[in-house]
Design a protein around this ligand. Sequence first.
Ligand code: 1CP
Length: 343
Amino acid sequence: MAETKKLLRSLAGEIQDVPPVWLMRQAGRYLPEYRATRAEAGDFLSLCYNSELAAEVTLQPIRRYGFDAAILFADILLLPQALGADLWFETGEGPRLSTITDAGGLAKLKGKDDIHEHMAPVYETVRILSRELPSETTLIGFAGAPWTVATYMIAGRGTPDQAPAHKLRTEDQATFDALMDLLTEGTIEYLSKQVEAGAEVIKIFDSWAGSLKGEAFTKYALEPTKKIIAELKSRHPGLPCMAFPREAGEQYIGFAKATGADCVAIDNSVDADWAAANVQVDGCVQGNMNPKLMVTGGQELIDETKRIKKAFSKGPHIFNLGHGITPDADPENVHVMLEALRG
Ligand code: 1CP
């Protein structure tokens, strides 16, 4: 049967007059209904592990905007927690984790196959969503890429330059490489279960890929993504996979071919015309409007939406932002963007 879901058609290489659209962090604090459900859950992590409520917040932006894709509501830091790390969120600041700084800390973590009991509520969220989503909406499962997840596990928090992770990989490469291997293997098991539960596409978020250069980029961003995609595709033939090596710059070129990804998501530090000429030549790309425009709106939002649509119009494209929509975004601006895109 010919594929009817718009997002899957772009992932299969089809060029569409109106590209499919969804937004990173489309379920989130800019939406009053999200804030209400989060309050009902108690806190962010309780929301992630409450399958009914996590499915509810995933569905909220679909009801409000009719996006072409829904992304599972969860977080990339649930995997470290499933592996035995402590995880909590400091209000107004962000995530905090117990740190892995040496072989002793690493040895205390669980194995790749020990995560599923902890992750059972996440798989249940996926099952609920695959029943409840409209038939035209694609369900995206996701995980963090090993490097990005490792940066949080090593530093115990988000860091502007990922210095603690770079320090460990240069000073104790054996421990660092063993952590990367555990995360790569654990991510394969985690994503594979999401697919078994009903995720139709998977996305790998490497938010801090841009701080890896040259050989380190190949070894710690490209290679793990390639390994995860190859194993998932061998277990689930035909599974479309998206990769987001954020701020990879020139290293976006050839990334899809080298990793086997069906689509590369592009951040907004890259010019759309450059990405069309250099990255989209290999297949579908996703992106890449500046999330700030969802705050400021106006004619600039309309013009930018049309400019990006046009820049990517000669190849397969999924319209999205270059990073997540921010809590100060105006929900009305999403309608403005959709009107400019869909007409
Ligand atoms: O207060 C709240 O309600 C929490 C805010 C929030 C949300 C809505 C966090 C905390 N995580 C999420 C959900 C989330 N995170 C999703 C699913 C929802 C959707 O996209 O609609 C996804 C895909 C993520 C992925 C994620 N979490 C990434 C990769 C993408 C990116 O933004 O770069 C990263 C780096 C995280 C870690 C994280 N979780 C939350 C925060 C604030 C952060 C960033 C921490 C930092 O400052 O480094």
